[in-house]
Design a protein around this ligand. Structure first.
Ligand code: ATP
Ligand code: MG
Length: 538
């Protein structure tokens, strides 16, 4: 069964109402794209692809004040990363057409130039329970409107002094229909048009025309635009020919404890609460990419959550699960110790080296083998040793038998504890005849732990992440999680010395880590743990 948008498209194609499906993604270049935008991109791209049509990526660059080339470039890069290279278009290229359409409305007596101040405009607009009041300029003659609009266009009037309004209905129960502003005077330099224009169209006027110029058939947007649909239709009915686009709304993506507003994300960046738009903790596509997420995992997530008609919230764990499922099939396994504790093998001499087969199976069943070596000095995870173990403890403690992954079973014989009560070193003996793959000793180990050869390892820096926001309601800026990033100085197999930038490795028993490099320092970002951390797993 298809989603409701597919049902609509299939009917339009069957009825011959639409010949070729054209969809679009219309970002405003006033910030980086976030995971909510990814949902919209995947949805629109997916519909075009499924029905053999076109997908346009069109900048809604109609407000020169907030827009920036940095954002334009980042958005293009992000969309290209997520889906095939789409056509990149700019709404500002249609300013001429929009202006012509405004003239059509004026000539039809459907638009007028007004000089009310924003305050007057607000009070005359009325409220949800009170009708609006007509402006005294509403019945200005067409010729005068044309002349004044020309003055606006030619820069003869100041920013904010005159506006062009649609003449619709000040008594409409839909506030958007109460003679909305179509054009305003704004003397600002546009990132593409430079100083060519000093009038700029408002979103509700510009958007339907942008869709129409491109021949968009299905203009898919989020639910908050439902009340704007009558205006979308009014604009096209009154100054456009056929065929024309139609607007359909779906529920925006919300993820628990995840900021999905460009305005707030920008605030985090501007206030330096994070290390830029691409900070791995940010829910931006640039952030996810640095964190190690693949485009395919994000596409899979967007497909899996489906398309809803009413707003809801998706658990953050669902996105993690998509990444984990993919990495489980593809990621190389390695051993790294995040919080190292030295383990000395007492029944092997200094200089002891032995080669072992490091064998593991990928999620799909494929087995891989690589050589690693062991010596008499290893690192294990601090948390894999207990001085006073709880009942049924599965890891190392005095007297316990534990298998070193792909190596021998060792028996813990004791530990060295410093004056501060901290365990400094742990001692163990190899149990002879228990080498992995050759073991028919019958000796039982209580668990398996990962390790790193201290005589042949590399130092790595690893970043672990938690939610950027603490749970609860209230203002985002008061909910920032002070522990959203943790940096550990870890030890890893020598093999990781040649780790590939951008590649994701599974650190056995720990999680998936991506090689990142910022300011020239290579390090590992924890993309996702091995289990669902949102359900209290380890
Ligand atoms: P923000 O409120 O974060 O600034 P926006 O919707 O104003 O987001 P735009 O650049 O206008 O940002 O968005 C481009 C497209 O992405 C729009 O069609 C919008 O509906 C869609 N979009 C934005 N946020 C989401 C979301 N959370 N889920 C699905 N689609 C979204
Ligand atoms: Mg918007």
């Amino acid at each position: 069964m298809g989603n409701f948008l597919e049902d609509i498209i299939e009917k339009d194609l069957a009825d011959g109402k639409v010949k070729r499906v054209i969809t679009r993604f219309p970002p405003e270049p006033n910030g980086y794209l976030h995971i909510g935008h990814a949902k919209s991109i995947c949805l629109n791209y997916g519909l075009a692809k499924k029905y053999g049509g076109d997908f346009n990526m069109r900048f809604d660059d109609t407000n020169p004040v907030k827009e920036d080339d940095e954002f334009v470039n980042s958005i293009i890069a992000d969309v290209r990363w997520l889906v095939d290279a789409p056509r990149v278009l700019y709404a500002s290229d249609y300013f001429g057409t929009m202006y012509e359409c405004a003239l059509i409305l004026i000539n039809k007596g459907l638009a007028y130039v007004d000089d009310v101040t924003p305050e007057q405009m607000k009070s005359l607009r009325g409220t949800l329970t009170q009708k609006g009041t007509q402006s005294p300029n509403r019945d200005r003659p067409v010729e005068e409107n044309l002349r004044l609009f020309d003055d606006m266009k030619n820069g003869k009037v100041d920013t904010g002094s005159l506006v062009l309004r649609a003449k619709i209905d000040m008594g409409s129960p839909n506030m958007n229909m109460r003679d909305p502003i179509l054009y305003r005077v704004l003397k600002a330099t546009h990132h593409r048009q430079k100083d060519k224009w000093c009038i700029y169209p408002m979103y509700d006027f510009a958007h339907p025309l942008e869709d129409a110029v491109e021949g968009v058939t299905h203009s898919v947007c989020t639910l908050e635009f439902e009340d704007h649909r009558p205006l979308y239709d009014w604009v096209l009915d009154n100054c456009w020919r056929t065929p024309r686009p139609y607007q359909y709304e779906f529920a925006r993506l919300n993820i628990a404890r995840t900021i999905m507003s460009k305005r707030y994300l920008k605030k985090l960046v501007d206030e330096k609460a994070v290390d830029g738009w691409d900070d791995p903790r940010m829910p931006t596509l640039a952030g996810f990419r640095r964190r190690g997420y693949t485009a395919s995992a994000i596409r899979e997530f967007c497909a899996a959550i489906g398309v809803a008609k009413s707003n809801g919230e998706v658990e953050a764990g669902r996105l993690e699960a998509c990444a984990r499922d993919e990495f489980n099939l593809t990621s190389e396994r390695v051993m790294a110790v995040l919080e190292p504790l030295e383990l000395v093998i007492t029944n092997r001499p200094d200089g002891y080296r032995e080669e072992l087969n490091f064998e593991y199976a990928l999620g799909g069943g494929e087995t891989r083998t690589r050589k690693i070596d062991i010596s008499n000095r290893l690192y294990i995870e601090k948390s894999d040793f207990e001085l006073t173990p709880p009942p049924k403890y599965k890891r190392l403690c005095e007297g316990a038998l534990v298998r070193l992954k792909c190596g021998y079973i060792v028996k813990c014989t004791g530990s060295e504890v410093g004056k501060d009560g901290e365990v400094k070193r742990v001692f163990a003996e190899i149990v002879e005849g228990t080498k992995s793959g050759e073991d028919n000793s019958g000796v039982k180990a209580r668990g398996v732990i990962h390790w790193v050869n201290a005589e042949n390892c590399v130092d790595i820096t690893a970043h672990l992440y938690d939610y950027l926001l603490l749970d609860g309601d209230g203002d985002f800026s008061e909910r920032l999680n002070p522990d959203s990033q943790k940096t550990l100085f870890a030890k890893a197999e020598k093999y990781l010395e040649s780790a590939v930038l951008g590649k994701v490795y599974q650190f056995l028993r720990l999680g998936y880590f991506c090689v990142d490099c910022k300011n020239g320092f290579p390090h590992f970002n924890c993309t996702v743990g091995l289990k669902d951390s949102y359900k209290g797993g380890a």
